[in-house]
Design a protein around this ligand. Structure first.
Ligand code: ADP
Ligand code: MG
Length: 263
């Protein structure tokens, strides 16, 4: 069960300190040709990056008839494929390497998770070196073909993770809303500069296993990044719970993250 201060904060969901300075967005007249690229990154191991990446993409796919893509950057956990319960033939870096080498793409690029959601996520695999232009091309093509592209970067460590963070239009940092999570998050965030033109959101997810972090401290961390703070309630492990049941619990909070992409 969420602690009371987290529930209270959900009423605001997304808080930003520069609200008054933002001009109202013009009414959309035509669909943009390039969809947003949301990088989701954990601020410590087990932060919830794969879970948030998958459910945010699923929530976005529910709300639009254009397809949404969720990818991972490979690596030894296979966490996104476990959340999605489907495995694509290749992770994003392996697909980019195959395309750059003009290899046939047997099995296609995506697995279909249903409901307009495509998945490019692998079973656990060793990291693969990929040339930056090859990965950039796959990301650009993905954005052109999808309403939204979400990439699960885990705790960013490999060059491909850093490239996705650099190229992203939006970046969601995920941490457990605990005092320990907050301490570890601060140290990780210090390694990453904010970038002009990339909007960040700090996603603090409830974790009953630790001491709840004070809201003021979470807000202060978000303010350091000029980012809104989004509080997300507990989500059961998607290996055991259906995504629709998880979205019954957290869909409202994740819709606020999706809405950030259309601002
Ligand atoms: N709101 C939440 N968001 C994400 N994960 C959550 C949340 N609440 C609880 N969890 C749990 O935390 C764990 C996060 O796992 P995972 O998404 O694989 O983390 P990571 O990809 O950062 O290693 C899962 O067991 C999940 O059920
Ligand atoms: Mg993961």
């Amino acid at each position: 069960m969420s602690p009371p201060q987290l529930r209270e904060e959900r009423a605001v969901d997304v808080e930003r300190d520069d609200e008054r300075d933002v001009a109202p967005a013009p009414a959309p007249t035509a669909r943009p040709t390039t969809g947003p690229l949301l990088a989701v990154a954990g601020l410590c191991g087990g932060a919830g990056a794969s879970t948030i990446a998958f459910l945010t993409a699923r929530q976005a796919a529910r709300a639009d008839d254009r397809p949404v893509l969720v990818c991972d950057t490979g690596g030894p956990t296979g966490g996104l494929a476990a959340c999605a319960r489907v495995v694509a033939p290749r992770s994003l870096p392996r697909a980019a390497a195959a395309i750059a080498a003009h290899q046939p793409l047997g099995g296609g690029l995506f697995a279909d998770a249903g409901g307009g959601l495509r998945v490019m996520a692998s079973a656990p695999e060793a990291p693969v070196a990929v040339e930056r232009p090859a990965a950039a091309r796959v990301l650009a093509d993905a954005r052109a073909a999808h309403r939204l592209t979400v990439v699960d970067c885990g705790v960013p460590s490999e060059p491909i993770d850093h490239q996705v963070l650099d190229d992203a239009s939006h970046l969601a940092w995920v941490l457990p809303a605990t005092t320990g999570g907050l301490r570890r998050a601060q140290r990780t965030l210090d390694l990453f500069a904010t970038l002009p033109g990339r909007r960040e959101v700090l996603v603090a997810r409830h974790d009953a296993a630790g001491a709840t972090a004070p809201i003021a401290a979470l807000k202060a961390l978000a303010a350091q990044r000029h980012a809104p703070l989004l509080l997300v309630p507990h989500i059961p492990d998607l290996a055991e719970e259906s995504p629709d049941a998880a979205l019954d619990l957290a869909g409202e909070a994740l819709q606020a993250l999706v809405a950030e992409m259309w601002r």
